[in-house]
Write a protein that binds this ligand. Structure first.
Ligand code: ATP
Length: 188
């Protein structure tokens, strides 16, 4: 599903990591931990193809879902319309994704009026509706309350159970049954 082989990453003249290899198969998840600036986002961006590694090779599936800082939903549209736009492109179910994240009642509300946590839930709903086999999530728990974290854990569990894979950077523990936690040292 995802294979990184001998990856090195330089930022400016600083070597963030080198010789990094990992493989994720269907149903597998890995959480990256490490101090601020250690290179977690850089590694995720390399996995996503948004950043070219300075050495090594990456193999990724055709369809990936990326969750970064931006929610990438049209602020002028209602949540239902904004999510529906992407879901239609991806063949996903926007209503089911909103329900999974507990934001179905917000469908008629313009995206620009959503709170920080609601926007984060909406961004995760977009990931869910995107039907990609590989999820690359950078600090997906940012802004989420406890119930939102539980819903995120449920969404990840369902994704893995359906044969998907996940690589995430997170400062807080993602409560996902069966996820391995590692790579903190590799990234630091
Ligand atoms: N475009 C860039 N050019 C040069 N250096 C960069 C660039 N982007 C990031 N860096 C540097 O690379 C290092 C790693 O950044 P990165 O965002 O990957 O870390 P991180 O582990 O995700 O950090 P955090 O926990 O704070 O999110 C940092 O020192 C950062 O300043």
């Amino acid at each position: 599903m995802l294979a990184l082989d001998g990856i090195a990453c330089l930022r400016g003249d600083r070597l963030l990591f080198e010789g990094l290899s990992l493989r994720l198969g269907p149903g597998e998840a890995l959480t990256l931990t490490g101090p601020n600036g250690s290179g977690k986002t850089s590694l995720l961006r390399i996995a996503a193809g948004l950043l070219r590694p300075d050495a090594g090779q990456v193999r990724r599936p055709e369809r990936i879902a990326w969750l970064g800082e931006a929610h990438a939903l049209d602020p002028g549209r209602t949540l239902g319309a904004a999510l529906g736009f992407w879901a239609a492109l991806d063949g996903g179910d926007a209503a089911a994704a909103m329900a999974a994240m507990g934001i179905a009642a917000l469908a008629p509300v313009p995206v620009r009026l959503l709170s920080t946590g609601q926007r984060r839930r909406a961004a995760i709903a977009r990931v869910i509706a995107g039907r990609a086999s590989l999820w690359l999530l950078d600090e997906p728990g940012n802004g989420l309350d406890e119930e939102g974290m539980a819903r995120l854990g449920g969404a990840i569990a369902a994704h893995l159970a359906g044969g998907g894979a996940l690589l995430a950077a997170s400062h807080v523990a993602l409560r996902v049954a069966g996820a391995r936690r590692a790579l903190g040292e590799a990234a630091s």
